[in-house]
Structures are given as C-alpha cells and as structure tokens.
Design a binder for this molecule. Structure first.
Ligand SMILES: Nc1ncnc2c1ncn2[C@@H]1O[C@H](COP(=O)(O)OP(=O)(O)OP(=O)(O)O)[C@@H](O)[C@H]1O
Length: 258
C-alpha cells in the first residue's frame, strides 16, 4: 500500500429532516484496501456509501480523493462534469440489484463495451475482444456475448455488472450488498470471484453488507454502524474475533458461523 490515503472522509453527516442518516463519520481508505460497512437495516450503511460516492450530498463533512495524477481533490466541491468523469473512469459502483447497474435490453457485450467507449475507445475489434475477455473472467460463456442480461440468471447478471464496472480499470469500487438477493450457493461463487478480482487488480473497495461472513471474506477492515453512528472500527479479524462494543458482540454472536 502506498503512503497517501486514496480517500479521506471527515465528519460526514447526512440528515433527512430530523432523522439521522449517518453522523460524523471519519476514516481513511488506502489504495488496495477493502473496507466493509456492516450493521442492521436502517443503521445508515447505504446513506454513508452514497455520500462517499457522491450519489448523495451530505449535510456536512468533506471527502478528499487522491486522483491518478497525485493531486488531492475535494469531492463535494468538484464540478458535475468532472465528478461524472471520475465515476466513469476511476470508480465502479456495483448495485445490489443488477438491473440498476446494467442496461437490461442491450447485449452483454454492449454492456461491457459501452464503458470502454465512454472513456474514448473507438476500435470495434478491440472493444469486442476486451468484452469477451471480461466475460470469461467473470465466468460467463463467450457464446452469451450477444444475449441481453434479461435472459441471464441473477448470479450471471451480477457477474456481468461486475465486468461492466471493472473493464475500465477503476481504482475504487463501491458495492452495495453485492450478494444480496442471491441463493447461498450463487453467493459463495460470486464472493470467490469478487475476492479474486479485487486481489488480482489491487482494487480499493467499500462494501456495504449486513452479512458478517461477506465482510470476513472480502474485507481488511470493517466499520460497524448503529443508528447512523460508527460504533466500532478496526481490522476485520479483530472486530469479528474480539468485538469490543456490546452491540458488535451481539451481532457476532447472532451468527452461527462467520
Ligand atoms: N430518502 C430518505 N428519506 C428519509 N429518510 C431516509 C431516506 N433514506 C434513508 N433514510 C433513513 O436514514 C436511516 C439510514 O438508512 P439507510 O438506508 O442508510 O440504512 P441501511 O443501513 O443502508 O439500511 P438497509 O440495509 O435497510 O438498506 C434510516 O432511518 C432510514 O429510514
């Protein structure tokens, strides 16, 4: 890991009227590091993820990002066009529901290829061969390249969404319950795949999950949220093996096997 954080999140709070979405969240994320945000439903995980990824503007706080050229930018003071470019090129966002991250009626190949075109690739042959390569990497048969994702199973759709996000070589990927809504056996295969890709590509990732087994398998560090606050934060193995907060102890003990 390099010496400067990729993200510096400082005192990020989001209020929905009187209601707390998340409150005074501060942490650094380092290049190549995977952070899991865990907590029960309504604890503020998605609100925090959306604030950090600028899909939602926080009420207060700041997020600094180390750009590829080494400059540090304040995400909430970036122009809209620049932020969109960053999202398309340097970041990925994997939604729980693949339909939110895919174009369901265009082919699998086009779903992957259009991200390449968005960053300036114009050579059809190269785009198609890169798309084929990525379908293989996410274990989708290359004979399915011309099929639309609406003809795919849930697991295949999620793998295609991952290929679409990773094809442009992002440095940071946000994932919101990436295995939610899938069968257990499909989840296990997807988790293996995500873990392999994140390791191979040296990606930094922030993964929201209510499933501690997902956090155990994928993350280096984890933050536990309750009622919008981060109540515990540390190395994943430490938090899961030796939880300090009574609430985390309860969460851990409610899972038979993590
Ligand atoms: N658009 C909104 N308007 C009003 N309140 C909201 C909105 N979105 C979230 N909240 C509230 O903010 C709090 C945090 O919600 P959030 O969805 O971030 O939690 P979560 O941990 O991601 O839950 P889940 O796992 O169910 O998605 C909750 O009290 C929720 O009701």
């Amino acid at each position: 890991m390099s010496e400067a954080p990729l993200l510096k999140v400082r005192d990020v709070s989001k209020f929905y009227g009187q209601r707390i979405g998340c409150k005074e969240v501060t942490f650094d994320l380092w290049p190549g590091e995977v952070l899991a945000i865990v907590g029960e439903s309504g604890s503020g995980k998605t609100t925090l993820l959306n604030c950090i990824s600028t899909r939602l503007m926080p009420s207060t706080g700041s997020v600094e990002y180390a750009m590829r050229d080494g400059s540090i930018r304040d995400l909430y003071h970036m122009g809209e066009a620049e932020r969109r470019f960053l999202m398309r090129t340097d970041w990925g966002f994997v939604h729980q529901n693949p339909a939110d991250g895919l174009r369901m009626t265009v082919s699998a190949g086009a779903n992957v290829g259009e991200r390449l075109m968005a960053i300036g690739n114009r050579h059809y042959g190269n785009i198609r061969s890169t798309a084929l390569d990525w379908l293989t990497r996410v274990e989708i048969g290359t004979d399915r390249i011309d099929d639309a994702p609406r003809a795919f199973s849930g697991g295949m759709r999620q793998r295609l969404q991952i290929a679409r996000n990773l094809v442009t070589g992002p440095r940071l990927v946000f994932m919101d319950e990436p295995t939610g809504g899938l069968d257990v056996s499909v989840q296990a295969r997807l988790l293996d795949l995500v873990r392999g890709l994140v390791n191979d590509l040296g990606l930094a990732a922030i993964i929201v999950t209510h499933d501690l087994a997902v956090a155990r398998l994928l993350s280096h560090r984890m933050m536990v949220m309750k009622d919008g606050h981060v109540i515990e934060h540390g190395l994943t193995d430490r938090v899961l093996d030796d939880p300090r907060e009574p609430y985390t102890q309860l969460l851990v003990s409610s899972i038979l096997q993590v």
